[in-house]
Design a protein around this ligand. Structure first.
Ligand code: AMP
Length: 355
């Protein structure tokens, strides 16, 4: 693809904080951003040139959006794959492609895909009934985690099953088609952020070490406490996934590092990722600029890390500490402009660099 000229318009599906940070990065390169979201007054729309508020399945509105943008990308993975297909049918260029979006939206398809690509996962089974669950527990054993196949994020839609007795009634409680995963007693969690351009060029950021609390990312630090072989294995997995999908843009894969040093893939996100927020200050090219460069057909930027990094999420009322954080000369404060504070909601983050 020929590089988009500055002044071109990049369409983003979704209006959350990832869209907001993508939009700011796009503006730095001279692009306009048009947001398509079903949420009026979104964090992204308040920093973007234009917003269209519409339903993700409104084909007429999507066709009109397609006519006014030069490329379309997404900022959250639960945009229906049909939305991307409708945009392509209307003549838009869409990256990443609908196939990658569709696979990443379904935890069972995603893990099946990892398996077919030779990437290890926890043991897993598709669960469509209580009988399936009982049979899967008998095979995989407990402890295990029952998750919804779709629309789960930040630990939502998950039931921990400590012993076979906990499985009783669990399918009804889940209330949707699920996946049972064996519980991994991991040493640590890491994620890789990679980017691929239209020309097939690939770039990797250093591995992120992640801590979760209540299923939500709380802290990312770099360098991750893993050896070069673990880093290479993560890069190899990301490369295989991106090439198999003919992927364009930033992609994230989250892994468990097992006590023997092997990697087990937990999930992938076809987008920029919370564990990569440190790249705004800590890398020569942020993940947001990298994604914009990739989808716009520009050369990928350098992923060089500039320092040791700690990124802490501000969840719910954590963000009320903003006066103290603003007064901390070492803290780079990011607030997402969300109107309502709710428990478990990502309101901002703070990055500190260690030189
Ligand atoms: P997820 O929403 O699937 O990313 O899960 C959120 C967090 O729950 C993960 O980052 C892990 O800390 C934990 N978790 C999820 N699946 C497993 C598993 N199969 N074994 C152990 N911990 C898990």
């Amino acid at each position: 693809m020929n590089p988009l000229k500055p002044g071109s318009t990049i369409g983003i599906l979704g209006g959350g904080q990832l869209g907001r940070m993508l939009s700011l990065a796009a503006a730095q390169l001279g692009f306009d951003v048009a947001i398509y979201t079903d949420e009026p007054d979104s964090p992204a729309s308040r920093v973007s040139a234009r917003t269209r508020v519409g339903n993700y399945l409104d084909e007429a509105a999507l066709a009109d959006f397609a006519r006014h943008v030069d490329v379309v990308t997404t900022e959250f993975e639960n945009v229906p794959a049909e939305t991307a297909q409708a945009l392509i049918a209307a003549g838009a260029r869409v990256a990443p492609n609908p196939h990658a979006l569709a696979v990443a939206q379904d935890r069972f398809d995603e893990k099946s895909y990892f398996t077919s690509a030779g990437i290890a996962t926890p043991p897993f089974r598709a669960i469509g009934s209580q009988e399936d669950l009982d049979a899967a527990i008998a095979e995989i054993g407990a402890p295990a985690i029952l998750k919804t196949r779709r629309f789960g994020y930040d630990g939502r839609g998950q039931i921990r099953i400590a012993s076979a007795g906990d499985a009783r009634g669990a399918y009804e409680k889940l209330g949707a088609p699920g996946i049972l995963e064996g519980f991994c007693v991991f040493e640590r969690e890491v994620s890789i952020i990679a980017a691929r351009g239209w020309d097939g060029a690939i770039a990797f950021y250093d591995l992120n070490e992640n801590e979760h609390a209540g299923g939500i990312l709380s802290r990312t630090t770099l360098p991750a406490r893993v050896g070069a072989d673990v880093e290479r294995a993560a890069q190899d997995a990301a490369k295989r996934v991106m090439e198999a999908f003919d992927y364009v843009g930033v992609l994230t894969i989250e892994f468990f590092v097992m006590p023997d040093g092997s990697l087990v893939a937990n999930e992938m996100a076809p987008r920029v990722h919370n564990s990569g927020h440190w790249t705004i200050e800590g890398a020569l090219t942020s993940q947001f600029e990298q994604h914009i460069r990739a989808v716009a057909g520009w050369p990928l930027g350098s992923t060089k890390r500039l320092a040791g990094v700690e990124m802490v999420n501000l969840i719910g009322e954590d963000a009320e500490a903003w006066p103290a954080l603003a007064a901390d000369a070492d803290a780079r404060l990011h607030l997402y402009g969300k109107r309502d504070t709710r428990a478990g909601r990502k309101m901002g983050h703070v990055t500190k660099l260690r030189f």
